[in-house]
Design a protein around this ligand. Sequence first.
Ligand code: KIV
Length: 273
Amino acid sequence: MSSYNEQQKPKVTTRRLMEMKQRGEKIACLTAYDYTVARLVDEAGVDLILVGDSASNVMAGNATTLPITLDEMITYAKGVTKGVTRALTVVDLPFGTYQGNSKEALASAIRVMKESGAEAVKLEGGEEIRESIERILTAGIPVMGHLGLTPQSINKFGTYSVRAKEEAEANKLKKDAKLLDDLGCFAIVLEKIPAKLAKEISESVSVPVIGIGAGGGTDGQILVFQDMMGMNNEFSPKFLRRYGNLASIITEGVGHYVKDVKDRDFPNENEQY
Ligand code: KIV
């Protein structure tokens, strides 16, 4: 049987994502931080691959996304872009590389585009980072927004719980979503907010809204690959659906390998030169 990509090859662009929203086709997105996973995820038909700063947690073992650097993000992104042929590749600008001023934001975005070969950047925030978004867009670099739970602001929130449950925060979120749409962002991520609010925003903005923990009313969904494939079973939020149990496949496989080496069963005569 041919793969999804063999049947349906056209490269995903920001314009194609907009067309998908317009015809009501849901957009499937996942994170990837390396060449091997990016190839598999792309081959399986994901529309957008995010080199998320969640790499700080998942790849580097940090407690938050704050420590990851632009150099580290570019290194991860370089591997990903080499593995992708169809999906649109987006890279997170890490904490501290775009909030200070718009010149620095543009310099960070240009580095990502030039050095990694990715096709867009993602920034967390609304009105507060307006100038940075405008400046990056002026240089012809597509920007994806990110509102709701914005993990780079964890020290301000103090918790990873659901955002915008109160009216004031919900109203600010709606205003920010409209702003990002008006500025010309090509898509907006909404993270961990009430499903009703996410649906309302998705229906009110022109660009695709991609949800994570934001219910089924958005134009698409995104999950972290390692979470949805069951590589990190300690992380179990309500919104996460697991599509595999790679943690047990890997530990069982490695356990067998260790036993075979210890028992002198591996390598056998057919596995040597
Ligand atoms: O860094 C990341 O993985 C993200 C997604 C959760 C949207 O920003």
